[in-house]
Design a binder for this molecule. Structure first.
Ligand code: SF4
Ligand code: SF4
Length: 288
């Protein structure tokens, strides 16, 4: 009896040892050796895991950098150029700098400018409401105002303005991750260059309907009149499908288009207040 037990234990032990040896060799053969540089890069990234770089989190971004073998087209929006330079130094590669960007809301159809024609009483979700109707103002491209973008921002860089009903970007908190852009079903939010002294000019409307129709729903809608296109000496404005668009790569921030727009749908951000026209004219006359 004892002998049978001993035999069984010995057999099991032998099988166990044989299995361990086989597993060891299999593990050795198929083991994946991770490039230690992945950890080095990952340690330099901010760890926000926001996906703004276009990859599934910071570690995946680090892996993709090493796999690509270059920093061309690689950018961490949260860490910006500072972090990318550190990564470049760590790897001994060339840093690829990118212009700082920021989110802008391209709809200025506030409650005053685009008054509600009906009241929505459904689920509090822009995605959901967008699938049901045009929005309370009737503009099929305007902001729905149910804050999907604000909820998507993990940096608390947005809030809904109760008076206008529109989202607002808190400039010094926005890290340019693009989460709000992805969350908006109307594609109202755009990432644009921060611009010199944080100044930007852009069309605050994305409505592509004919001017007469868009104006019926919102008094600050772009009506596609083309006046801005004509006045811009730098060919920075294009007009397509009844809608003007300002190329921030070409715009010199001269502000001529802002003055020219009859519906005031072009916005200037962070400029000092304009001098009263009369004063400017008098100065020009005396050659100041
Ligand atoms: S506002 Fe928020 S969600 Fe949008 S880009 Fe900036 S940080 Fe990201
Ligand atoms: S910008 Fe887009 S996501 Fe944000 S409140 Fe308006 S419709 Fe909703």
């Amino acid at each position: 009896m004892n002998q049978a037990i001993l035999l069984a234990v010995a057999a099991l032990g032998a099988i166990g040892i044989a299995s361990a040896v086989i597993l060891y060799f299999v593990a050795q053969k198929f083991k994946v050796i991770e490039d230690p540089r992945i950890d080095q890069v990952n340690d330099l990234l901010p760890g926000a895991n926001c996906g703004g770089c276009g990859f599934a989190g910071c570690r995946n971004f680090a892996e993709s950098i090493i796999k690509a073998g270059s920093l061309e087209g690689m950018n961490c929006p949260v860490g910006g150029n500072t972090v990318m330079k550190q990564v470049a130094a760590e790897l001994g590669w060339e840093a690829a700098e990118s212009d700082p960007m920021i989110a802008v809301i391209r709809c200025f159809g506030s409650r005053t400018h685009a008054p509600a024609k009906l009241v929505y009483d459904g689920a509090s979700s822009c995605q959901f409401a967008h699938s049901l109707y045009n929005g309370e103002s009737g503009c099929p491209n305007g902001c729905i105002g149910l804050a999907d973008c604000v909820n998507a921002c993990q940096f608390d860089a947005m809030y809904m303005d109760e008076e206008t009903g529109l989202p607002v970007i808190i400039e010094d908190k926005c890290v340019n991750c693009g989460a709000c852009v992805k969350s908006c079903p109307r594609k109202i939010i755009e990432m644009r260059k921060q611009g010199p002294k944080n100044r930007r000019i852009y069309v605050g409307c994305i409505n592509t309907e004919k001017g007469v129709i868009s104006k019926k729903n919102c008094e600050v809608a772009c009506i596609g009149c083309g006046k801005c296109v004509k006045i811009c000496k730098f060919e920075a404005i294009t007009l397509e499908h009844n809608l003007a668009y300002i190329d921030f790569g070409k715009c010199t921030l001269c502000r001529k288009c802002v003055e020219e727009c009859p519906t005031h749908s072009i916005y200037e951000i962070n400029f000092s207040p304009r001098k009263p026209k009369q004063e400017v004219e008098v100065k020009e006359e005396v050659g100041v």
